[in-house]
Ligand binder design. Structure first.
Ligand SMILES: [Zn+2]
Length: 148
């Protein structure tokens, strides 16, 4: 059982690597704490307060981010969830012109990022496994705060 767990963890770390999101094993005292201090050093400080089991960074059921990423404006914020919207251009061959289409995506908001994200912010979301009927994305970072 223990061995099985270890192998899965290794796999996760390997895939998640490019973002630098992992911060060492959550509850494994056998290995020394990872010394990865990057640009998001302020986030590391909040690690202790995060009780979200599905948090991609410090949950014990670590969400694996894979697949596509999108950037969009937060148009709605609910407990543990946000809705983002972004515009894309669609070509209309008949008129040889482009039309604007809007896309809305629901994404999971980890507990530790709850205070960082507000309506109007530009955020980035990354694809994960389906968490519920509508949610298969998770908030990965805040790109730009609402300017006002
Ligand atoms: Zn967290």
């Amino acid at each position: 059982m223990v061995e099985k767990k270890k192998t899965t963890k290794k796999k996760v770390m390997k895939i998640v690597a490019p973002k630098g999101v992992h911060q060492g094993g959550a509850r494994t005292s056998s290995r020394p704490p990872a010394q990865k201090v990057s640009a998001n050093a302020d986030k590391v400080g909040k690690t202790a307060g995060c009780k979200d089991r599905l948090c991609p960074e410090h949950g014990d059921r670590k969400l694996k981010m894979r697949g596509r990423t999108f950037e969009g404006i937060v148009i709605k914020k609910l407990p543990g969830r946000v809705t983002i919207q972004f515009e894309r251009m669609l070509k209309v061959p008949k008129y040889e012109r482009y039309e604007k289409r809007k896309t809305k995506i629901h994404a999971r908001l980890p507990d530790c990022m709850n205070d960082d994200v507000a309506e109007g912010d530009l955020i980035q979301i990354a694809e994960t496994r389906p968490i519920s009927k509508m949610i298969h994305f998770v908030v990965s970072k805040v790109v730009r705060r609402k300017t006002e």
